[in-house]
Design a protein around this ligand. Sequence first.
Ligand SMILES: [Zn+2]
Length: 302
Amino acid sequence: MRLRIGLVELSRYYPVNQPTPGHEYCGIVEEVGSAVKSVRPGKFVIGSFFASDNTCPHCSFGYQSSCQQREFVGGAQAPLLRVPLADGTLVPTPGVPAKEMIPNLLATSDVLGTGWFAADAAKVKPGMTVVVVGDGAVGLLAVLSARQMGAERIIAMSRHEKRQKLALEFGATDIVTERGDEGVARIKDLTKGAGADAVLECVGTQESMMQAIRSTRPRGYVRYVGVPHGVELQGEELFFAHIHLHGGPAPVRRFLPKLIDLVWTEKIQPGKVFDLSLPLDQVAEGYRAMDERRAIKALLQP
Ligand SMILES: [Zn+2]
């Protein structure tokens, strides 16, 4: 099928040394293939970065990003996009959204879905103390997700003033600017020496991963959704840490109906992470602004 894209979002899974296709999208369905049953032209739909049949054992178990038929969806930074396995992958919104709502819906396609997965997999519930490592769009939306799930204390680790502000707006109760061992020590200070119940790792470096593991209390949860780059873990330290460690590409498809509903009923505004909007042909400037941390997240208008 072809999808007329309303808006596309800059990718975070590719190195920026070649033209990058993008994998976050929402838009109006223009045409469907003959095997497509439920998705109809004219509908406004949202998908995520893996196409999934939504019927196989892994999908049924809620891990659509490990679907036995999964296909990566790239090429979203374009006026038109072909989405495979459309019936399983795409979720329609209740109607065609107002223009102002589109950034909030677009955020569900990946950055919110991924932040939500981190909090959901960490079993965040009322009363818990949650640490979020990383102040990119995913980290900030992991804060929002933990707040929605009722965490009592949410500690955002950030050194960037504008991002700290948004973290507080999304529900963070504390900001920690230290990193590495000093960051771990600050988390221990704030938790009476125990460590956090859950740490959501949203960066993917050696330092951020160790910071997450060492900030977590025994029996606690580390959920890593930052794509790890060169991260190596020592078995012995993991053995004695006594933590639950789980990560991977978020099964965004599982969460889309819920997240679309939260946006549609105006309970959340995840689109606040888009602080730069550009026409599609200025994509390079979007990447530059994000790379230089002038923008949290750029939104492209075809
Ligand atoms: Zn499947």
